[in-house]
Design a protein around this ligand. Structure first.
Ligand code: ZN
Length: 248
């Protein structure tokens, strides 16, 4: 089975559509690691599209905050403004869809899906220091996570040594291929579709081929000016508009 793995779409329709276009014909099922909404200008269209197309969707911290499961107390002021705007925009049906999303971890085909980390859905795995306890808590040797908006992840050897996984390229399309080997454990971040923070503005995603035991990382450009214009019209905070073009 081939899985398209998307995370942190954040209401960015142009980025989402660009990913689907690039992945067309390359996958059988879509999985989403959460944060469908927050920050971007198209929350309703993204919730409808992703909940309609993905076979599994787990919730992210922004999905919880925007649908009232949690308050946005621990968000920074800009994220809080975007959360408030998103909640106002969401239809009652889409608010209900977000509230019903499952909490990670969820296991699909023997692979574990989480938003933040296996031990806490809201925890960030940024450094090897964070990855260590996440590996200890994982129930599968391969975990897919999001939340940090950084494409790549971590690999753990049998002796416990950790290494970061880098996926970098200037070309659009598949930027790197990772063969999943039995002697390693993996924490894999497909990157963020709608608001990358790894200094590459392009939308990120990954495709897992469970039969071949292979993960391919992708980067694709999208119509960023359209997204920024929509955000401007919606009155979303300027720094959130600008950051998209720097991928941070
Ligand atoms: Zn996010």
């Amino acid at each position: 089975m081939r899985y398209l793995i998307l995370s942190d779409i954040h209401s960015n329709l142009e980025a989402y559509e660009s990913c689907l276009e690039a992945a067309r014909g390359l996958y059988d099922q879509m999985l989403c690691l959460g944060d469908l909404v927050g920050y971007g200008p198209d929350p309703n269209r993204i919730v409808e599209a992703v909940c309609g197309a993905a076979s599994t969707v787990i919730r992210g911290n922004h999905d919880k905050a925007c649908s009232g499961i949690t308050d946005a107390e621990d968000f920074n002021p800009l994220a809080r403004m975007a959360t408030r705007w998103t909640t106002e925009q969401l239809t009652p049906e889409n608010l209900a869809r977000l509230r019903k999303l499952q909490e990670g971890p969820v296991t699909v085909d023997g692979f574990e899906l989480v938003h933040g980390s296996p031990r806490d859905e809201d925890e960030y795995i940024v450094e090897s220091f964070d990855a260590m306890p996440a590996f200890d808590e994982a129930s599968s040797s391969v975990v897919f996570f999001g939340h940090t908006h950084i494409q790549g992840g971590f690999l753990a050897a049998e002796n416990g040594s950790l290494e970061p996984i880098f996926a970098e390229s200037s070309e659009d399309g598949c930027v790197s291929t990772l063969a999943l080997e039995g002697r390693y454990r993996y924490l894999i971040n497909p990157g963020s579709v709608g608001q990358p923070r790894d200094r590459d503005w392009r939308a990120a995603f990954a495709i897992l081929d469970s039969g071949k035991r292979q993960v391919k990382y992708y980067r694709v450009g999208y119509e960023l000016p359209t997204t920024q214009e929509k955000m401007q019209k919606a009155g979303l905070p300027e720094p959130l508009i600008i950051r998209l073009q720097f991928g941070r």
